[in-house]
Structures are given as C-alpha cells and as structure tokens.
Design a protein around this ligand. Structure first.
Ligand code: 5GP
Ligand code: ZN
Length: 132
C-alpha cells in the first residue's frame, strides 16, 4: 500500500535490519526496541490489523517464532523468555499488521516498563544475531 512505511520496508525503499524473510512474512528489528532483540513480524501483503488479516498468516508467523526466531534469540542473546504483543486500533502506531516478538531477560524489570539502561545500539544487536 502506498505511503505505508512497512510496505516500503518490505520493498527495500526504507532500510531495515532484516532477520528473516520468506514468501509470506518479513521479520526485522524494531527501531525503538523494548528489549535487545525486539523484532517485528509483518505479512508481505498489506493488512491493517487482526480483523482483516488472513488467519493462516498468523499460524505461519507463530511457527516461525517457535522454529526460528526464539531459538535464535536463545542462542545468540541468551534470553530467558518471550513476550508477544500485537496492537489493533488504539495503541497501533503503524497500520500494517505486525506482531511484536520481544525477548525477555531476568533483569529487564516488569512486563510494562523495560529497563532502557541496558538497551544496546540496534547495529550491535543485529551483528550478534547475524554473525556466522
Ligand atoms: P505499534 O505501536 O504500531 O504496535 O508498533 C509500531 C512499532 O514499529 C514501534 O515499536 C516502532 O518502534 C516501530 N517502527 C516504526 N517505524 C519503524 C521503522 O521505520 N523501522 C523499524 N525498524 N521500526 C519502526
Ligand atoms: Zn503496508
């Protein structure tokens, strides 16, 4: 969709720290992470929210979280758990469906307010996640 920043990210018109991509979904680091390794999963086709998206895409996204993203977070970032969230309407800044995949750490404090003192620059997190 024209003027959608996430559609532009998929097309490469806006740069992003890409973690994973297949024919259905695109995964990249959130530019303003709640914790180190905070990722966003977006469908390649533009859907605004939960109420319009094809549910099969959500099933696919969950499979990718379980099989690829969480194992990667565990191995590279040594996280202790995972929080998944997804905003619709109120609280939704970008009107292209996205799932927040947020690794959790013993020291990141509460569910709501994460500890911003321990947030690393995105490039640093990206190189940890992508190094061979
Ligand atoms: P929402 O509030 O819509 O659930 O979350 C939108 C998320 O997208 C926010 O966490 C915000 O930091 C992230 N975001 C917004 N614009 C960009 C961008 O251009 N690049 C990246 N990587 N993340 C973005
Ligand atoms: Zn879009």
């Amino acid at each position: 969709m024209k003027d959608c920043i996430f559609c532009k990210i998929i097309k490469g018109e806006i740069p992003s720290s890409k973690i994973y991509e297949d024919e259905k979904i695109f995964v990249f680091l959130d530019v303003n992470p709640s914790t180190n390794g905070h990722m966003l999963i977006i469908p390649k086709e533009h859907y605004q929210d939960l109420f319009s998206i094809d549910e099969n895409l959500i099933i696919h996204a969950v499979k990718i979280i379980k099989e690829k993203l969480y194992p990667l977070m565990r191995e590279r970032l040594h996280c202790d758990g995972l929080t998944i969230s997804q905003n619709n309407g109120f609280g939704q800044e970008v009107k292209h469906y996205h799932i927040h995949v947020i690794p959790r750490y013993q020291n990141d404090q509460s569910n709501i307010t994460y500890n911003q003192d321990i947030i690393l620059p995105i490039d640093q997190v990206y190189s940890i996640l992508k190094r061979k």
